[in-house]
Ligand binder design. Structure first.
Ligand code: 13P
Length: 252
């Protein structure tokens, strides 16, 4: 965290949540009190089926609602896809792009993620661009090179501190309970910051870099305290309002 960057704690619900989960969204919005709001931005990205509901449930608070993916085009014959414009129309203010699950399950390349981030900006959404190495890549000593290549290839030229968040999510840490050490996280975030500086100069100092992968209330303190870590992207623990709020309260 730094003086020029406001922390962000974001929840990615992935393919979880039915209509009765609206109560969890409301509980998060209710728990996002003035003390928390003074310190940290909160974002929840429910499945698209719950976007409009989540917007209604949180409209009395500063909790932001985002989506988990978007198509690069604004409209057209793309059955099953959703455009960034549609997500914005449903009330989303942000969208995750390039999550490793989409890179793996839907063969999304850096080029596609770049186009999706541009689509997000076209629709006025903040893009949360995800990067991260696999276990094999880390073991081969390629972690820094892989992450630098993903940032160079996935973050478009028009990035600003307002429209871009980068999330570093080591694939091997997602949903496994395994977490890198705070030193390892700081090192990779330093690599990401350096690539952003090389591309965007002084503006890079204002761009937020989140850590994601098995973030829980009991390990968040060490992770968020690491250099160049400006918040967290939380999967499983964001589904329970008490856990998600406990993670956000690490900033109090
Ligand atoms: P977990 O917190 O469940 O490991 O998921 C992390 C993640 O992929 C968030 O996008």
């Amino acid at each position: 965290m730094s003086a020029e960057r406001r922390p962000l704690v974001a929840g990615n619900w992935k393919m979880n949540g039915l209509r009765d989960s609206a109560a969890e969204i409301r509980a998060i919005a209710d728990g996002y009190d003035a003390a928390l709001a003074a310190r940290v931005d909160l974002l929840i990205c429910p499945p698209a089926t719950l976007l409009a509901t989540a917007v209604v449930e949180s409209d009395h608070s500063a909790l932001r609602i985002g989506a988990q993916d978007c198509h690069m085009k604004a409209s057209g014959a793309h059955t099953g896809d959703l455009s960034a414009e549609m997500l914005a129309d449903a009330g989303a203010t942000a969208v995750i792009v390039g999550h490793s699950e989409r890179r793996a399950d839907h063969h999304e390349s850096d080029e596609m993620v770049w186009e999706k981030a541009e689509a997000a900006w076209r629709a006025g959404l903040m893009a949360v661009v995800c990067v991260g190495e696999t276990e094999a890549q880390r073991q081969a000593g390629h972690c820094h090179a892989v992450v630098a290549r993903q940032v160079r290839g996935s973050v478009p030229d028009a990035a600003t501190p307002e429209n871009l968040v980068v999330a570093y999510e080591p694939v091997w840490a997602i949903g496994t309970g395994l977490v890198p050490t705070a030193e390892d996280v700081a090192e990779v975030h330093g690599v990401i910051r350096a690539v952003l500086k090389e591309r965007f100069g002084a503006a890079a100092q204002g761009m937020r870099i989140l850590y994601g992968g098995s973030v829980k209330p009991d390990n968040v303190g060490a992770l968020l305290g690491a250099a160049d870590v400006d918040g967290a992207l939380v999967g499983g623990a964001s589904l329970k309002s008490s856990d998600f709020l406990a993670i956000a309260r690490a900033y109090l």
